[in-house]
Design a protein around this ligand. Structure first.
Ligand code: IMP
Ligand code: MG
Length: 178
């Protein structure tokens, strides 16, 4: 993809993210209290930093697994079709599962993925997204936990990319074309 020049304006600081993750972790611990070992599923690649910070805040027994999905569509918006590129290594039947996503935008990805994972008969399937852009929603999906609701801006950092760049920013920034 041809890249237009852009700058990144900070939207959410690294400190705010860390503080919010602590709060989210307490809610997740309460929800899964008594579960023997939950399966924390990160959606590659955008969730890799979020899941790393989140699991270190969780006082729970966990396993970590990853799934990679792609949604057809253009560079900045997904479509209704979601395809699994890399599946989970482990089974989730009868297990308590927490799916970790970077952003819920149109909602297509999480709606399709959670519907699919439910066919594998987990005992419990919960979802968490670091970011949510409710104004962009095309299908009815709401994560059980959301870090921050944000306006309709294209964001990068903290694992999230624009054309594979800027994942290594320690904060969330918005892309502003110059
Ligand atoms: P949805 O299927 O439209 O909800 O899209 C979710 C996926 O689109 C996320 O997992 C991201 O990979 C990508 N996405 C949505 N908004 C942004 C953004 O602002 N920056 C980077 N990627 C985004
Ligand atoms: Mg993604």
């Amino acid at each position: 993809m041809a890249e237009r020049p852009y700058v990144i304006d900070q939207m959410i600081s690294a400190k705010s993210i860390a503080a919010r993750i602590e709060e989210l972790a307490r809610g997740i611990e309460a929800e899964f209290e008594g579960t023997d070992k939950i399966v924390v599923v990160g959606i590659l690649r955008g969730s890799f930093i979020f899941i790393a910070d989140l699991v270190r805040e969780l006082a729970l027994d966990i396993e970590v697994d990853f799934i990679e999905v792609t949604s057809y569509g253009n560079a900045m918006e997904s479509s209704g079709e979601v395809r699994i590129l890399k599946d989970l290594r482990g089974g989730i039947e009868g297990r308590d599962v927490l799916v970790v996503e970077d952003i819920v935008d149109t909602g297509y990805t999480m709606q399709a993925l959670t519907a699919h994972l439910k066919t594998r008969a987990p005992a419990k399937l919960k979802t968490i997204a670091l970011l949510d852009k409710p104004s962009r929603r095309k299908v009815d999906f709401k994560a059980d936990w959301t870090g921050f609701e944000i306006p309709d801006e294209f964001v990068v950092g903290y694992g999230i990319d624009y054309a594979q760049r800027n994942r290594n920013l320690d904060h969330i920034g918005k892309v502003r074309f110059t």
